[in-house]
Design a protein around this ligand. Sequence first.
Ligand code: BGC
Length: 470
Amino acid sequence: MSKSTQKKNAVPLSKEAQSIRGSIPVAIVAAVAGLLFGYDTGVISGAILFLKTDFHLSATSEEFVVASVLVGAILGAMAGGFMADRFGRRKMLIVAAIVFGGAALVTAFTPNMALLIAGRIGVGIAIGSASFTAPLYISEIAPARIRGALVSLNQLAITSGIVVAYLVDFLFAGTQDWRAMFGLAVIPAAMLLVGMLLMPRSPRWLMGHGLQNEAVTAMKRLHQDVSRELVEIKHDIIPKSSNGVKLWTPALRPVIIIGVGLAIFQQITGINTIVYYAPTIFEMAGMHSASVAILATFGVGMANVLMTLVAIRLVDRVGRRPLLLYGTAGMVVSLGALGIIFHLSGISGILAWITLISLVVYVASFAIGLGPVFWLLISEIYPLVVRGRAMSLATIMNWASNLLVTLSFLSLIRWMGRGNTFWLFGAIGIGTWAFIYYLVPETKGRSLESIEQGSSAEKSPDLALLPPHV
Ligand code: BGC
């Protein structure tokens, strides 16, 4: 068949298919922010070994270097909310890319410790603001039917960034080149900058600021069905400045509690004790060879990536709640098993392998539930007028809880023992499950506007937000 006949016979794409096609590349570009998030949080585990010798770090200053990125992230999340609402999602991501790149260069070329810490705080500021602006932007450009998958691309990028960081650490370990480890982050930073400069602005943000013509242009670039989308978005948007709108009002309280609660639970069930300390845990479990520990760490990282892919396939089909509930249950079971293993004296042989399997199950369960779905839900449940600030609040709590767990993990182990520490995370996991079961709504397939209507004051927020079974 000739090309021209093929063209004539081709069935024209439906409007929805066109808009799905239009949104995928945009989501991929924004998700590069996730790659930076994962890379820059993961890279320190290897770099710190060589920084310690080069700068003669004491235990306290070592903790300081590791924690500096988290402190920066809290600051970035604080500043980012207001800015994302005021200046727009796309602009925020562009600024974050510039800060990412600049700070990565500072850490790569630093002559001293002070500048190193300043650079890591800078990297953190970029991570903190981009960590919620990327899902926010993607959720606002995505068609409802595939919004879960597109927003979760960001989590896929985070987990891939972590694995790439492990690999880079491994490759440069021979030459002890921590400067290269930090410096390489410039490449994705430049990709994000150039990519975002070419992307359209969020039509929802534009409409919220009364810029209808610009919103129509952006929708056309996204191949969206302008007439339908416009009516839908217009119906719910009353352009007004977000600054005057309080977050802690009776109408918003349920969604604020859900976002902040999930943010804290995502961290205090212990995920980053594994992501940041995996080799240490494997050593505790009797794997004394460095290469086995590295390989095992890589395996855990890959489980994180692969199960995030599964979550992406499922999240718009089975919904957010089942993934959260099954994922959290898997975390509780594997934490229970880890607790039992570490209560037994002298782990070796088969027990070391059971430890590895339990860790893989734990990370895989996180990757199918709390990992992607937390970031997805906070990009969906808030009304447009406060979306940036409300997401920023949840993100601040997420990074602050991350800092708390990261700084206290080794002390917890010293204080209450390894077995009890994992059981503590498991017990918190049970609380997390109950929180999700009773409070978290299903948002699958609904437009952001219909979710918003459910949470607006006029429409009985309490009823609208209750999970379907209640
Ligand atoms: C969490 C990070 C974590 C990562 C691991 C993200 O959703 O917010 O703290 O390191 O998942 O995959």
